[in-house]
Design a protein around this ligand. Structure first.
Ligand code: SF4
Length: 186
């Protein structure tokens, strides 16, 4: 199976525990106003087979093991290449490598399968209301809520990521709204 990858970054320190190799997959349906990597929006021609990617990633295994790190799949939206992701994560888990999924939950299904495989999910919540989500991302909140339902059924640890944007959500009212939204979920 092949996948479309924008870039691979070593020495990632903010996308999960320890030192990580971060794989940025191409493709994203959202158009967040603050997006800092719009070059990943388009799902370009596949450029890696799953085996080629795993071979490259396991070269860094000594670093992961010494620093409680691993591999993080980010993007773009990694869930858009779900079959490639599932196949690749299965191979990494066979190598006993910690895998984090960094996602906005805006994929195309098979959420239960991928959540069963990964060790940690970093979930980018975008905005804690239907209208705010649409204003910020240009997309409806529906798919994000489908993903949240799958997260609620899984027992995997989740880190919530919320970008704070001046004049949009940098206020106490929004934080209270976020707290209420998060409390509804496991
Ligand atoms: S989800 Fe990420 S990659 Fe997609 S538009 Fe938003 S910030 Fe950019």
């Amino acid at each position: 199976m092949t996948g479309s990858i924008d870039s691979i970054e070593t020495l990632g320190l903010v996308d999960g525990p320890g030192i990580r190799t971060v794989v940025f997959l191409n493709g994203c349906k959202l158009r967040c106003k603050y997006c800092h990597n719009p070059e990943t929006w388009t799902l370009k021609k596949p450029n890696y087979t799953s085996d080629e990617l795993v071979k490259k990633l396991i070269k860094n295994k000594p670093y992961f093991k010494r620093n409680n790190g691993g591999v993080t799949f980010s993007g773009g939206e990694p869930l858009l290449q779900i079959d490639f992701l599932i196949e690749t994560v299965k191979k990494l888990k066979k190598e006993n490598i910690h895998v984090t999924l960094d996602t906005a939950g805006c994929g195309i299904g098979k959420y239960k399968e991928i959540l069963n495989l990964v060790d940690l999910i970093i979930f980018d919540i975008k905005y804690a209301s239907e209208q705010g989500y649409k204003n910020l991302t240009g997309h409806t909140i529906e798919e994000s809520e489908n993903f949240i339902k799958a997260l609620n059924k899984s027992n995997k640890p989740v880190w919530i990521r919320q970008v704070i944007i001046p004049n949009i959500n940098d206020n106490i009212e929004y934080l209270k709204k976020l707290k209420k939204y998060l409390k509804k979920n496991k």
